[in-house]
Design a protein around this ligand. Structure first.
Ligand SMILES: [Zn+2]
Length: 523
């Protein structure tokens, strides 16, 4: 049994929020002032805070972005440079390149907790409040004003840009209801309704798909980046905000003329390109980490053969270079992740239906998992003509062929193909139990021996061996050494070339290789 094949990986999760209240004694403004003056509680701008925490991690050689795989030599150093430079920055990349995930991971570079005025919507610094309400409270309570410690996860605000986002959403506007309730003048500062940007004050503000923001909003953002403050329409006050602004965008949208106003582009300090995994090894690592394969609640052991993982991954690599698939929208890493989940489910379903204690996904299960593929890419015209299902099937077939080639570079496959050339046929499908599949294929000399070469372990279980047999058959089919009908009947490649279908009827009469005492599967 190959230990690598057992999936016992926990689902990747975000670090638990550690609320460190620094010192519970620091519960009032007076106490906080003492701590800050004594240098025990740091007080600095967000970009400095992130920079200093990053430097500490770099010195300690701590991992910066746990769970982000394959970026150690490309993207991560550029992000480090941007943070060290105290830049606002943008990640440019196609979908499914972990852009959002990286932006969210920036919170790990914030202090564990930050002192704020309790209840303030813009997380005012108790030592220098911006809003009128906080200033009034401090004037009233003085050093007795209670303070609150805000956990770092609460200091991250994220917005997906869409064309209908308004200035009011982003910056804010006046709230007439607030005004009416408190019977205030509309121009009173207390009637302000804060938008997302002021609410991210003293934290990180992330905008995904930046080019989808209307030009007017981009101008608003430019002002914030330029002046470092915002002014809510209708009020004389300017709020000097303290923010790290980060963005993400599709590179083509971002670089297309007119999508982003030039002054805004100019104010974004660093432009960092993300990419898809360069190697299949990295890609498999990501998929293994992200896909939900450690299924609880069912008394069923799950083993995923390495070659199945490779084929799943190869489907994404093939899709990314296929002419029939739109390159500008890309093929997300979510494709192999969803695909593996669906492949595992098909194996689970089979094991449940056949009462087998071990579920082992087969290559055939990948064909059964088309629903996890077809929605994950946009087709070019040529692809549209073929249809998404056919494009996906071709991708799988090419992928199986490539992976099979890697596993059997020098194997002698003739013994198996000759069996088919002599007229042998095999009817199989993904619903067959392992024992049934092995019984049906037992007569094909050399087949199970070849299957055992697919690193199935020393004494493979039936479901594991069945998966190996299925791999060899699908591999031979992918390399066009044998053929397979839509109904899952494997037969000689030659025979199909000569006379497809029609040859099937008299086949039973012909001499075929000895199938022993097993049931005969030709028709
Ligand atoms: Zn306030």
């Amino acid at each position: 049994m190959n230990p690598d094949a057992t999936t016992r990986l926990p689902r990747a999760s975000r670090e638990p929020v550690k609320i460190n209240y620094m010192s519970p004694k620091v519960g009032t403004l007076g106490a906080l002032r003492k701590e800050v003056d004594g240098g025990r509680v740091p007080r600095r701008a967000v970009k400095n805070e992130i920079r200093e925490n990053l430097i500490r991690k770099l010195r300690a050689n701590e991992p910066l972005f746990p769970g982000i795989v394959g970026y150690d030599e490309s993207v991560v150093p550029q992000i480090v440079n941007a943070i060290l430079s105290r830049h606002n920055f943008i990640l440019l990349g196609l979908r499914g390149q972990a852009k959002t995930r990286i932006l969210r991971a920036l919170t790990s570079l914030l202090d564990e907790a930050l002192p704020v005025v309790p209840g303030c919507e813009i997380h005012d610094d108790p030592l220098a409040p911006l809003c009128a309400a906080c200033r009034r409270r401090i004037a009233d309570a003085g050093d007795d004003l209670p303070i609150e410690w805000l956990p770092r996860d609460a200091r991250y605000v994220e917005k997906l840009a869409t064309p209908d986002v308004t200035i009011a959403d982003m910056i804010g506007d006046l709230d007439p209801i607030k005004a009416a309730r408190a019977s205030l003048q509309l121009s009173d500062e207390m009637t302000m309704h804060y938008g997302l940007v002021p609410r991210a004050n003293r934290g990180i503000f992330a905008i995904n798909e930046l080019p989808d923001l209307a030009g007017k909003i981009q101008v608003g953002l430019f002002n914030i980046l330029q002046e470092g403050d915002v002014q809510i329409k209708g009020y004389p006050v300017r709020l000097p905000l303290d923010l790290l602004m980060v963005f993400s965008a599709n590179p083509e949208d971002y670089t297309a003329r007119g999508k982003i106003i030039t002054p805004l582009k100019d104010r974004i300090g660093s432009e960092i390109r993300t990419h898809y995994p360069v190697s299949r090894h990295h890609a498999m690592q990501i998929t293994k980490q992200e896909a939900w394969t450690a299924r609880d609640g069912v008394e069923l052991q799950l083993m995923v053969p390495e070659f199945v993982r490779e084929v799943v991954e190869e489907v994404a690599f093939q899709a990314r270079q296929d002419q029939k698939i739109d390159k500008r929208s890309g093929v997300s890493q979510r494709l192999p992740i969803s695909l593996l989940e669906n492949v595992v489910s098909n194996a689970e379903r089979r094991a449940l239906a056949t009462s087998e204690p071990i579920a082992v996904p087969r290559v055939t299960d990948i064909y059964a998992a088309l629903p996890a593929i077809t929605g994950k890419f946009e087709l070019e015209y040529e692809g549209e003509l073929k249809g998404a299902d056919n494009v996906a099937r071709e991708l799988i077939r090419t992928s199986v062929g490539n992976v099979f080639n890697g596993w059997y570079p020098t194997a002698d496959l003739r013994q198996v193909t000759e069996w088919f050339d002599l007229g042998g046929t095999l009817q199989v499908d993904d619903s067959l139990s392992a024992s049934e599949l092995l019984a049906r294929t037992a007569a094909v000399q050399g087949l199970q021996d070849l299957a055992r070469e697919a690193r199935l372990g020393k004494k493979p279980s039936d479901p594991m061996l069945a998966a190996g047999v299925d791999f060899v058959l699908e591999g031979l089919y992918a390399q066009r050494k044998i053929s397979r009908s839509e109904e899952g009947q494997f037969q000689s490649a030659e025979q199909v070339k000569r006379a497809p279908r029609v040859a099937q009827e008299p086949l039973a009469e012909r001499e075929i290789p000895n199938l022993g005492n097993k049931k005969k599967y030709y028709n």
